[in-house]
Design a protein around this ligand. Structure first.
Ligand code: HEM
Length: 120
């Protein structure tokens, strides 16, 4: 019998040292693997403690990736347990990234307006 974990238990493993993800109702310990992931560790860290099925499938991972995934399997998720919404703390870094994007958009809009006015 495989080990069975509740969504809550999986959600508690969302840190850099203890990072689990769910793919197709199976639980994977990616704590070590994330540092070797060809797609980067951050993309996996962001999904720590959560269901990553859609993201994993959308990328169209190779058979090699699927084989690798199997080696990280630690158990199944208890689908009868209460689903958990993992709230990620908004860091000052992600906030400033957000405002940097806003400034970029504003700059592009202002350039567009200036260009339009100059060509009137
Ligand atoms: C434990 C789960 C995962 C494993 C074992 C894994 C494995 C791999 C492997 C082996 C590659 C190289 C290309 C390939 O063989 O397909 C790859 C690429 C990639 N993975 Fe994952 N991956 C995992 C989870 C994820 C998740 C959750 C995401 C989230 C979106 C992700 C995003 C990517 C991206 C964007 C690339 C492309 C990197 C590039 O070609 O520049 N992966 N992954």
């Amino acid at each position: 019998m495989p080990q069975v974990y509740s969504y809550q238990e999986v959600a508690e493993h969302n840190g850099p040292e203890n990072c689990w993800i769910i793919i197709d109702d199976k639980v994977y310990d990616v704590s070590q693997f994330k540092d070797e992931h060809p797609g980067g560790d951050e993309i996996i860290m962001d999904l720590g403690g959560q269901d990553a099925t859609d993201s994993f499938v959308d990328i169209g991972h190779s058979d090699e990736a699927l084989k690798l995934l199997k080696t990280l399997y630690i158990g199944d998720v208890d689908k009868t347990s209460e689903p958990v919404v993992v709230k990620k703390a908004v860091t000052s870094e992600s906030q400033s990234q957000g405002s940097a994007t806003l400034v970029m958009i504003l700059a592009v809009v202002m350039l567009g307006v200036a260009y339009y006015l100059l060509n009137e």
